[in-house]
Design a protein around this ligand. Structure first.
Ligand code: FCB
Length: 448
């Protein structure tokens, strides 16, 4: 594999059965923060705490998708995609995270599913995209083992109601982020900065995944059940023994830490030796609970880890530049990652559930109407789809690709300052404008 210097001029053909989609998550687009009985989540608390979000914004309104979902589904359909990945806000359907269900919340998702069905768009649902009901956080959040049991009850209720109306249900989105950014560094809600807490939270997240899988399986629904993990390969910055070792540790602590319990029923030794496990409490049956067959694995890929033991750390060459997040553009990392996963685990079918680029997009409103010329995003898409195709040629069973994101949206602690969408959102007017990349994606899918 060599580093591409630029986007390919001709695109490879994907199988006719391949799923093409776009992705979003509840807190980032819905708004309607107090509408129709929704309870507060840890992200409501976090965004309303001064100093946490770069532009001091919140998800109170976001893209107002809660009220504009019908228009948004029409836009999705206009992109020629056949699938839409979104998340259910747990506090919208169960305001306290345990106890009473909120029928008005379920009604919203039911209307959304109706509208998607009308447009022939398959629904790919995520149960947890980081918005824990605040009432559960008040009892310790993911540091409290009971949260895993509550999550399984919630998962089963969603599967009971919607399990025959959706194509897939993923338990978690990126538990690495929930644990490490939410509890380890404090960059994300709930904002705790304790590496030992992150390890404990990650175990309860994995347990909650396993308990939810078991609870949903009992219902015999048609939806495929799985999980979405954010993953990267770890490239040693040099061929020094120290960098090589550090890269192995990085892989063990980030990727294998979540993959091994699910696929092998244990934590990797190298990670146990390098994590602060002082708060980790593994009960006797936990690995049996966590190690459940999954029907699909969702992989979110944005960048690689470039691992250096020097001070300051040695940087990659950034041959293809950086995104507006400052993330290295490294498409062949997607090939490398998938090939390595395929070599180390017996994988179920894989979906790329997220991949995309933040660009400092400018809306132009001139004689040609409203336009956003986002050629860097088109190049990013082309290079990553070519890299994905390479992995499939190498034997990895990948069944779909979801661009992150459908809409510009609330990018967590960056607020509205980072734009990932195929669709530009003017937050003052809520007007949506298809960027050039949306037109490119639409035509590319049509030609497949
Ligand atoms: C992923 C998240 C998603 C979005 C992208 C840019 O880590 O799952 O919500 O913020 O990054």
């Amino acid at each position: 594999m060599t580093t591409p210097d630029s986007a390919p001029t001709t695109m490879p053909a994907f199988p006719s059965t391949f799923t093409w989609g776009v992705a979003t998550s509840a807190y980032q687009i819905e708004g309607g923060a107090t509408a129709d009985g929704r309870g507060p989540s840890i992200w409501d608390t976090f965004t309303h705490t001064p100093g946490k979000i770069t532009d001091a914004s919140t998800g109170d309104v976001a893209c107002d998708h809660y009220h504009r979902y019908a228009e948004d589904v029409d836009i999705i359909a206009s992109l020629n995609v056949d699938s839409y990945r979104f998340s259910i806000a747990w506090p919208r359907v169960q305001p306290d995270g345990s106890g009473a269900w909120n029928e008005a919340g379920f009604d919203f998702y039911s209307r959304l599913l109706d509208k998607l069905a009308e447009k022939n768009i398959a629904a790919h649902v995520t149960l947890y995209h980081w918005d824990l009901p605040q009432a559960l956080e008040d009892k310790g959040g993911w540091l409290n083992r009971d949260t895993a049991a509550h999550f399984a009850v919630y998962a089963a209720e969603v599967a009971r109601r919607f399990g025959n109306r959706v194509a897939t249900i993923a338990t978690h989105n990126e538990p690495w982020c929930t644990a490490n950014l939410g509890y380890g560094t404090g960059q994300f809600a709930p904002g705790m900065a304790d590496p030992a807490a992150a390890v404990s939270a990650s175990h309860h997240l994995l347990l909650s995944h396993g308990l939810a899988m078991q609870a949903m399986r009992k219902l015999n629904v048609s939806a495929k059940l799985g999980i979405v993990l954010n993953q990267w390969t770890a490239t040693p910055a040099t061929d020094s023994a120290a960098d090589i070792k550090a890269a192995e540790v990085e892989w063990a602590r980030s990727v294998a830490w979540f993959m091994d319990p699910i696929f092998k029923g244990s934590y990797p030794e190298l990670a146990l030796a390098n994590n602060d496990c002082s708060l980790l409490s593994i009960h006797e049956n936990d690995f049996n609970d966590i190690r459940q067959d999954i029907d699909f694995l969702g992989v979110n890929y944005y960048f690689r880890a470039f691992v250096s033991t020097e001070t300051p750390p040695r940087q990659p060459e950034f041959k293809l530049g950086k995104t507006d997040m400052g993330w290295e553009i490294y498409p062949q990392g997607l090939t490398e990652l998938l090939v390595k996963l395929h070599a180390e685990y017996t994988l179920p079918p894989v979906y790329i559930t997220e991949n995309g680029m933040a660009v400092a997009d400018q809306l132009q409103d001139g004689a040609n109407g409203r336009q956003v010329k986002d050629q860097p995003r088109i190049d990013y898409l082309k290079m990553h789809l070519a890299a994905l195709h390479d992995a499939m040629q190498a034997g990895v069973d990948v069944q779909g690709y979801f661009y992150w994101s459908l809409l510009d949206n609330f990018e967590w602690n960056s607020g509205y300052l980072r734009r990932f969408g195929l669709i530009y959102v003017d937050y003052d007017t809520q007007q949506r404008t298809l960027k050039d990349s949306a037109h490119w994606y639409r035509n590319f899918i049509k030609e497949q």
